[in-house]
Design a protein around this ligand. Sequence first.
Ligand code: GRF
Length: 198
Amino acid sequence: MATPCAQRPRLAVLASGTGRTLQNLLDRIADGRMRGCIAGVSSDRADAFALQRALEFGVEARMLKDPSAIWSWIEELDVDLVLLAGYLRLLPVIPEYEGRVLNIHPSLLPEFGGKGMYGEHVHAAVLAAGRAESGCTVHLCNNVYDDGRILVQARVPVLPEDTAPSLAARVFAAEAEAYPAAIAIRWHELQAGREQPA
Ligand code: GRF
């Protein structure tokens, strides 16, 4: 049985992969570093480890691919925010959830974003371009990959000896702080009724 999910903001998480981002949020909520609760986790892949992590925390987990099925599930869960966490599909945002869907991307958008730019592809491109700095971005989602108003960016240095995995690890450490910060910012904006364009 799923654990009760009373604390706001109520969150739904969509993840395609290992779910490290999900795990970070689950851990922070569990130890009180972050406010809110995760009402459900969905993946487009039945073998996504993210689903298993959710079940281990007593959180409802569903494999769903079709956007209309995803939105019915989200509306049923009655969540305040939808968090994309390593989710590799474009989820067309329905009007009721405009400004309530967030994504985290492992680069300083608008650079190194867009379709096909995920995981180590991003970090390899940053290294190939010879950048001295990289980082992560949390933004609101619209119907374009990695677009939408930026809520938080965090910067990290690129070191001369970096490989894509070493840079990915440094960026991920920044992501672990940036996503909870962005969730709090957006939730406060919505609470304060400060509707900002997505
Ligand atoms: C992170 O790098 C995040 O920026 C991107 O997906 C990665 C996390 O995937 N959107 P996971 O949580 O390890 O599945």
